[in-house]
Write a new protein. Structure first.
Lengths: 275, 139
């Protein structure tokens, strides 16, 4: 089914005119495009931080007309690929000559139908990797991870790490050294490796206590595999890296809550504890 | 299958007097691989101090390890009876948002029930419980 312009359902709740996307409209655009990190969002220009970035660089931001056309493309891509709604492929930007799907969609005067035909032809020719579809029965780390993890610098004192754990209500931090994620520091590490040794928490550096190396998975790693990694490493949390860049963390609690939100596991492993 | 707290609880409890320091508690946690100590006076419990409490209330404040446990465990202590059902224990942990409860019988401490103990009993086959088991009760 192709969304038709003029269909009242399309216009509902969408701001008219060249306004930037916000609220529900922004969420919908992100859903359609499966935008799931700041970088991708930046390329598509719909992440709030990215919008600000692109605005500073004079790049037009997404607006309501864009969303309407986006829905049409999404609808066609969806009928092309089949599958349940909301499972559209992430579109590799390079396949479109460096232009994103959204670039195509919002190009003034572009024949959208023809552009979409070109997009679909690229998919069919195999030049574009097959659509990666979300399978609810086999979730991947990217579906459940916590984005923008709280970090601490390896040179920071433990007291600073403890403050961040307290203010963010979390039990562990990713430790950064010279810009690279190198390890994880938990609240328990601070207690058994520093306080128990009478180290001065105002002076001792996080890097000297953290667990290294960093155990990491990628956003595409199946959740089952992440659980296996936690079990074999006897840890409850993994860093999520994409092309060497820290994009999130995934904890046992995230998985338990997602698998069975009302179960006893979710209730008790939801992290961190307040006891 | 166990149905009451007595069958599942950990009987080994680390009790420290209120005058103990944070450093002493941290050493006990490290040496006995525990996530908490029970602060007790004359055999009756006054509170629980967890490893996380030490981080939030002592380390974050720049404490040198000399803070006394009696000053840290001010919250009302929730306890279980050894005859409470595991379901009641799980509910209590959930509503109190704690991972451990002290088990008291006739006013004396007889054990501690952790969520790890509880999970292993309630959902032994689940993969999440498996990780909890492999990582110990706390880590």
């Amino acid at each position: 089914v192709i969304d038709r312009p003029g269909d009242p359902s399309l216009e509902e709740g969408i701001p008219a005119g060249p306004e930037e996307l916000s609220g529900d409209a922004l969420a919908e655009a992100q859903d359609i495009l499966e935008i799931d990190d700041r970088t991708t969002g930046g390329l598509f220009g719909v992440d709030p931080a990215a919008i600000e970035h692109w605005r500073r660089h004079g790049v037009p931001i997404a607006h309501a007309e864009t969303l309407r056309r986006l829905r049409e493309v999404a609808s066609r891509l969806h009928s092309h690929h089949g599958g349940p709604p909301g499972t559209l492929p992430t579109v590799p930007l390079a396949a479109y000559g460096g232009r994103s799907l959204l670039d195509l969609v919002r190009e003034p005067g572009l024949d959208l139908r023809r552009a979409v035909d070109q997009v679909l032809a690229l998919h069919d020719s195999g030049e574009v990797a097959p659509a990666r579809r979300r399978d609810p029965a086999r979730p991947v780390v990217g579906d459940l991870m916590t984005r923008d993890p709280v970090v601490v610098d390896a040179a920071d004192p433990l007291q600073e790490a403890a403050r961040r754990m307290r203010s963010a209500d979390i039990g562990d931090l990713v430790v950064i050294e010279r810009g690279e994620p190198v390890g994880v520091l938990t609240d328990r590490d601070i207690v058994v490796r520093a306080v128990a040794d009478s180290r001065d928490v105002r002076l001792a550096a996080c890097g000297s206590i953290a667990t290294r190396p960093l155990l990491a998975v990628s956003p595409d790693t199946p959740v089952e595999e992440a659980l296996q990694r936690m079990r074999s490493g006897a840890i409850r949390r993994l860093a999520v890296l994409e092309a060497g860049r820290l994009v999130g963390v995934i904890g046992l609690g995230d998985i338990a809550v997602a698998c069975d939100p009302d179960g006893p596991l979710a209730a008790v492993v939801a992290e961190p504890s307040t006891d | 299958m166990a149905t009451v707290v007595r069958e599942v609880m950990t009987r080994e409890v680390c009790e420290l007097p209120p005058s103990s320091t944070v450093t002493e508690a941290a050493r006990a946690m490290r040496d006995r691989d525990l996530g908490d100590v029970v602060v007790a006076e004359d055999g009756s419990p006054r509170g629980v101090v967890t490893d996380r409490d030490i981080v939030l209330r002592a380390v974050a404040e720049g404490d040198d390890g000399g803070l006394q446990l009696g000053e840290m465990c001010s919250r009302r202590l929730r306890t279980l009876s050894p005859d409470d059902s595991l379901e009641d224990a799980a509910r209590c942990m959930r509503t109190a948002a704690v991972r451990r409860l002290v088990v008291v019988e006739d006013g004396r401490i007889v054990g501690v029930l952790s969520m790890g103990d509880l999970l292993a009993e309630l959902e032994p086959g689940s993969p999440v419980a498996g990780v909890l088991h492999s990582t110990g009760a706390r880590r």
